[in-house]
Design a protein around this ligand. Structure first.
Ligand code: MLT
Ligand code: MN
Ligand code: ZN
Length: 304
């Protein structure tokens, strides 16, 4: 399978429009070693022609401009995106659906029931689609049963419910239900290789660790280095845990978890603009390097 990182940043992207934190200022002024990042999304393809979009970010227009494979121009109105999988109903993962409204047929969209509820109530993007070509909704189960997508022949998808947080406009905010957030194991039955993708991970439960440990590659929550990172520069007193993200540096944090795993190649994704690892010269980035953990970037490609 082919994996293309469309957006490696968290909500807000990097730099964020209203942010003057050390990183955002540094990338804007070109004074730190780093690269800008758009908001969280990847695309997966079994054949290199048809692509499954995982999450639809508000930056999708730029992401598609930067990845011409998604715009093959076979007919007057065309796209190579054949289906959309949404892993949670957060703004950074769904707002791109509004940009995709001009599609000339209903989008095949895969979400859990919990995400479907949010996107037809608190943030009713799917209702708005009733005024365009609509969507064909495919429900993703929360019992770890596998499914396939017709335009991704050879790939098998296993959704894995995760402990994280539901969006502020969700009826499940602070009271989550299975399906508010999922990770996805994607196995290629031809190559025998697998990817575990989880951009929002609040807690790594044993079943999640098992999926990660057995994968060839993990692409997981890289939001923050420390749980109270947002308060360091007076940005917000919200802890990452409250937003459903496990930090990298604490005991039992993402780095600890990944370090113990031998098989997978390990990448962080959904990196918040406050995270010091965005600065390639930072001591935190060096610690991550030494732990064998890589930081994904926009445009990064993998073949598995
Ligand atoms: C999150 O990942 O916690 C959200 O996307 C935050 C946001 O709304 O930007
Ligand atoms: Mn997010
Ligand atoms: Zn910032």
């Amino acid at each position: 399978m082919y994996v293309h990182v469309l957006g490696s940043g968290a909500g807000g992207g990097f730099p964020q429009w209203n942010c003057n934190c050390v990183n955002c200022k540094g990338v804007r002024e070109g004074t730190i070693k780093t690269t800008p990042r758009t908001q969280s999304s990847i695309a997966i393809s079994a054949n290199g022609t048809d692509w499954i979009l995982f999450n639809a970010s508000p930056d999708i227009k730029k992401q598609m401009d930067d990845f011409p494979a998604l715009q093959p121009a076979r007919q007057v109105r065309d796209t190579a995106i054949t289906a959309i999988v949404i892993t949670d109903a957060q703004i950074d993962h769904v707002t791109g659906m509004l940009t995709l409204r001009e599609h000339n047929k209903p989008w095949d969209v895969y979400t859990t029931q919990a995400v479907y509820e949010d996107l037809t109530t608190g943030f009713p993007i799917f209702n708005i689609y009733d005024h365009f070509r609509g969507i064909n909704h495919h429900e993703i189960a929360t019992d770890e049963s596998t499914f396939t997508i017709p335009t991704a022949e050879g790939l098998v998808f296993t959704p894995v419910p995760l402990k994280s947080e539901a969006p502020p406009y969700s009826p499940h905010r602070h009271n989550t239900v299975p399906g508010d957030n999922i990770g996805m194991l994607i196995e290629d039955t031809r190559s025998g290789k697998s990817l575990f993708y989880a951009p929002g991970l609040g807690e790594a439960e044993p079943h999640v660790l098992e999926y990660m440990r057995n994968s060839d590659c993990v692409l997981v929550d890289g939001t923050v280095w420390t749980d109270d990172e947002m308060s360091h520069e007076g940005i917000s007193d919200k802890r990452a845990q409250e937003m459903g993200h496990l930090d990298q540096s604490s005991d039992g944090g993402i780095m600890d978890i990944l370090k113990s795993m031998e098989k997978p190649r390990k990448f962080l994704i959904h990196i918040n603009n406050t995270n010091p690892i965005l600065n390639e010269d930072s001591p935190q980035r060096k610690i991550l390097d030494a732990a064998g953990i890589e930081v994904s970037y926009d445009g990064m490609e993998l073949e598995l």
